[in-house]
Design a protein. Sequence first.
Length: 106
Amino acid sequence: MKCYNCGIENVENARFCGKCGTDLESVPSAKAQQQVPPQEKPGELVRCTDDRVLGGVCAGIGRQLNMDSSTVRLLAVLIFVFTASSIGLAYLVLWAVLPERPCAPE
């Protein structure tokens, strides 16, 4: 049974959602009946399209580490300056490799 609130698949006869605790037997409101966007796998690192400045890599890392994306960007710039730009190559590789998805702020 799929939760109408968070979209997580629950066991067949579950009364409450295992993730968000929503009562699965109650009648959902009109807002909750709207299509739930597909969720990414837990722990999946992606490039965020919602909060990107350049490629979305820092926004994705910030979301993964539960940090503000501006803090991650500042740390990336500082590392870039103090390590002779070695993080620049890592950023370019991540930009090329990571999948791109919308990441609504949590």
